[in-house]
Design a binder for this molecule. Structure first.
Ligand code: ARG
Ligand code: ZN
Length: 892
């Protein structure tokens, strides 16, 4: 069944106060839920959700009461308007493999309630607009569960009979039930007291499995940095005396922002130089920040209903992106800081293109505020998160930093303590925008919330030599996508697109844009301009342009769109070498190599001989040697676009030909510049002590990239360097850099030796074993080798990190094996979706999305993919989650 946004109705009851009593037993936990309820709608039906829990008793004001319980709904018709409802129920956390609700991981208890997990704990109106004050009592065996945690402040603890004990918690802030959390177990704790800017003392804590306490320093420091950053940049202060983070091995997502008690996938908590890579360090900092920032954008102001998910997620991703950028840039010179910010932006845009652009072009396409869903668990998507963050970022671009901050202040002034909508957020921003721009508003901008798809902006330039004017015409286009295609009444309208441009001479000098006499334009750094396209097509005429300019388009990726402009290779080469906007400069290199790879793909299919344009080779040589570039940025300039990004530019996807074409470019650039790669490696390799700072991270990433270029051509010296790097590695980035290059490209005997050495050394560390499983899954040649890998005693489908490492990596990052012409891997996929679905529907549904864009593949792949999807669809016991995904894949 489909749920529609327009059907929203306020809940007719207020649940003022919730008292929860937990008696914890792994296989039979008893929950006593006592609610104080009132209503002004006498006679209204009280409907509570409940799923996979056993109802024991219901008492209304201490009396038995009539009720109906069917289809996971418990319905009562109270005759009073002010009453106490007490419900006793039982659940089995031990057998709960969905990891939603209350579950056991290792020896401990954890909860995950967002979006709809609370209903697996007790009967309750499981929706975000019902906000209550929570009092929680947890009772459990003391020896096994010495720590009993919940949201807010610890009121008291006491000893009970039979070796049991109890703890009482109170959360002073009203909250929806999705923010409830409980943890019980034995842990290592790392803690620190800190002071908020108003001088209040707060206790910051990180809980991890016994024996992991020495791996939580980075997470704890990241937490304190997040706290200070939110004070400085947004004036937002921590509102509790105590803030806890708990790491858990079995977790469906990254982490969860439960009030005062964040629960994290251990992968986003545990780090030390030996076990965690640079990417892991950055991931931890950003997820710790993300969850911490939710305390204001998510918890203090929450969502009215789940269609508004991007209200908190898009905004909080934008905030964590800015936090990471600020952390990268601090302590650096102005020039280096600019480059570090560009690197972060490139990283974020790449993530968007890899995961969100394909989503927006497939059967699951939806606006950042969807209008309908079957299962909300399927809508924690790249669109809601990453594109949602881009939509916030465009508002930041339109309002400027100070204006955006004023809009945020206004948002909190209006809505603190409320459950609101995306419209409420835009209203607050629009209030400021209208003060800045009398007569204008954000009405067209709001379409980003209601229309899906990635618009294309076609750019046309007309230079008039005699007048020295240059006319820029932008024309936008966006087809219907996803569910939009099923709605005949739906007409797509133009978006409000902030489009940041610059102009260069053919020699690469910036041409300052003279915008005095133009409306709807603002000048930006280096003489660039911000154009606001709000209709289908518009032309801007620039004067005093001394020559036909080279256009630098969509600087800083000022909007989530495709750009279509008929560049010459020479123009792209000019931008690659000279654009003062580092994002646009990188983009030019991407465009240049993308065009080559796509042309070569066609050559492969037509069986034409292959050759790489000398311009591309020159650009790469230039970027390998340009002395002005720092390592991190240089690495991005030298990286080839990923297959996932390239695939979106093919009408008919031929995965193997595309892969071959990209490998051809890779190998040619490796061969042609072999000595430069070697020098780049040597110039950036070091044995100094590990630190996750942007300069040394950049050097490691460039060094490992150079190593890969050397190994892709099986260079003898390169192989020897990789072995040496592996053997002397003092940190995981060096170790993995060497190991992955060896496992992908070295002769089989070599790679096996190093793979096994790594395995034996890290066998007892699950997070590191996930890295090993992933490398294996990405480098096997056929499905039977993957099946063999799954026979490894450490493999299990029950742990999401492990399932992701093996199944997701194989299907998403092993083109040759997954898209093997036999179609065998697609059949394997179907079998694994079905297996996973009986264990964990949310993870199964996510895995099912691997086939999203099957319709755009060429035969024979397409036919095999369809067959695999049908196999899954025909499974009689399929979860609601997976049913929605394969249903849409087959019908939209
Ligand atoms: N709100 C969490 C975040 O920080 C994600 C929780 C999603 N949970 C889920 N079961 N889908 O983004
Ligand atoms: Zn979030």
């Amino acid at each position: 069944t489909t749920i529609y946004r327009q059907d929203y109705q306020p809940y007719p009851f207020v649940i003022e106060r919730v008292e929860l009593h937990f008696s914890l037993e792994p296989e039979c936990t008893t929950v006593i839920n006592t609610m104080q309820i009132r209503t002004s709608h006498a006679g209204a039906l009280l409907v509570l959700n409940g799923e996979d829990i056993e109802l024991k008793t219901i008492l209304l004001n201490g009396q038995a009461v009539a009720y109906e319980y069917k289809d996971n709904l418990l319905t009562l018709q109270p005759e009073v308007t002010n009453f106490e409802l007490k419900i006793v129920s039982m659940c089995n956390p031990k057998t709960n493999s969905t990891l939603m609700g209350l579950y056991v991981s290792g020896q401990s208890f954890f909860t995950q309630c967002e979006a709809e997990g609370f209903r697996r704990i007790t009967f309750f109106p499981d929706r975000p607009d019902v906000m209550s004050e929570y009092f929680v009592t947890i009772e459990a065996d003391k020896a096994q569960y010495p720590y009993l945690l919940s949201n807010g402040n610890l009121l008291s603890t006491r000893e009970l009979d039979n070796g049991r004990h109890e703890a009482k918690w109170h959360d002073p802030f009203l909250k929806p039930c999705y923010l409830f959390a409980l943890v019980a177990g034995d842990f290592d704790i790392r803690e620190k007291t800190s002071k908020t800017r108003s001088g209040r003392e707060v206790l910051l804590q990180v809980y991890s499995d016994k024996g992991n306490g020495d791996q939580t320093l980075w997470a704890l420091d990241s937490l304190e940095r997040s706290m200070f950053w939110d004070e400085q940049r947004f004036g937002l202060e921590l509102d509790l005396d105590r803030f806890m983070i708990v790491a858990v091995r079995d977790f469906n997502m990254g982490a969860m922002e439960n009030k005062g008690l964040n629960i994290f996938n251990a992968a986003y908590v545990l780090a030390d130089p030996e076990i965690a890579s640079d990417a892991n360090y950055m991931g931890i900092e950003s997820v710790v920040g993300h969850e911490y920032f939710h305390n204001w954008t998510g918890n203090r102001v929450t969502c009215q209903d789940w269609f508004q998910l991007s209200l908190k997620e898009g905004l909080t991703v934008f905030r964590d992106q800015e936090f990471s950028a600020d952390m990268m840039a601090r302590f650096l010179s102005e020039e280096a800081a600019k480059s570090a910010r560009a690197v972060k932006r490139i990283d974020d845009v790449t993530r968007l293109r890899v995961s969100q652009f394909p989503e927006d072009a497939g059967p699951m396409a939806h606006p950042i505020r969807p209008d309908s869903y079957q299962e909300i668990g399927n809508f924690y998507t790249a669109t809601v998160y990453e594109k949602g963050a881009e939509v916030i970022r465009m508002q930041h671009t339109l309002l400027g930093e100070a204006g955006f901050r004023a809009g945020m202040d206004e948002y909190f002034r209006r809505h603190d303590g409320q459950a609101v909508t995306c419209d409420d957020f835009v209203n607050a921003m629009e209030f400021v925008y209208q003060q800045q721009n009398p007569g204008k508003d954000l009405s067209i901008f709001r379409r980003w919330y209601s229309q899906a798809g990635t618009p294309t902006v076609h750019v046309q330039m007309d230079y008039d030599h005699a007048q020295q004017t240059c006319a820029i015409t932008l024309r936008q286009h966006c087809d219907k996508v996803g569910v939009e295609k099923l709605r005949t009444d739906f007409e797509k309208k133009p978006f409000h697109i902030p489009f940041h441009i610059g102009m260069l001479t053919t020699q690469g000098q910036a041409i300052p844009l003279n915008v005095k006499d133009l409306s709807d334009i603002r000048v930006t750094e280096n003489g660039g301009a911000l154009l606001e396209l709000t209709e289908i097509e518009k032309t801007w005429v620039f004067s005093h342009i001394p020559e036909r300019p080279v256009l630098s388009l969509l600087r800083d990726f000022s909007a989530p769109v495709y750009v279509d402009y008929d560049y010459s290779f020479e123009e792209l080469a000019t931008l690659c070498a000279h654009d003062s906007n580092p994002f646009a400069r990188w983009e030019a290199a991407q465009e240049l190599s993308s065009r080559e790879i796509l042309r070569l793909t066609a050559d492969i299919l037509a069986k034409r001989p292959l050759s790489l344009s000398p311009i591309v080779q020159e650009v790469w040589a230039h970027n390998l040697t340009d002395p002005h570039l720092d390592a991190a940025y240089r690495a991005w300039l030298l990286a080839l676009p990923s297959e996932k990004v390239l695939v979106e530019r093919l009408d008919s996807i031929t995965p193997l030909a595309l892969h071959q074409a990209r490998q051809f470019v890779y190998k040619t650039l490796a061969k042609e510049h072999r000595d430069l790669w070697l020098r780049t490696y040597q110039g950036n390799h070091s044995q100094k002590e590990y630190s996750p700072d942007p300069i040394s991270m950049g050097q490691r990433s460039l060094k490992n990239m150079a190593l890969n270029y050397l190994l892709v051509i099986q260079d003898e010296e390169g192989i020897a360097l990789a072995k040496g790097q592996y053997e002397t590695a003092k940190n995981m980035t060096d170790r993995m850099g060497a190991l992955s290059a060896l496992m992908y490209y070295a002769p089989a005997e070599d790679s096996e030796i190093y793979s096994q050495a790594f395995y034996r050394y890290f066998e007892h560390n699950p997070l590191v074993m996930d890295k090993w499983f992933a490398l294996k899954a990405m480098s096997v040649k056929r499905v039977d080798q993957l099946r063999e890998l799954m026979q490894n005693p450490l493999f299990t489908l029950r742990n999401p990190n492990r399932a992701r490492a093996v199944l997701f990596q194989f299907c998403m990052n092993n083109t040759e094996a997954f898209h093997h012409e036999s179609g065998e891997a697609y059949a394997f996929w179907a079998e694994q979706v079905i297996a996973l679905d009986t264990i964990n529907p949310e993870i199964a549904a996510r895995f099912a999305r691997v086939m999203d864009n099957w319709q755009r593949y060429a035969e024979p792949n397409k036919g095999f993919m369809q067959k695999a999807l049908q196999t899954v669809a025909q499974c009689p016991t399929l979860s609601k989650n997976t049913t929605e995904i394969v249903g849409k894949a087959l019908s939209i």
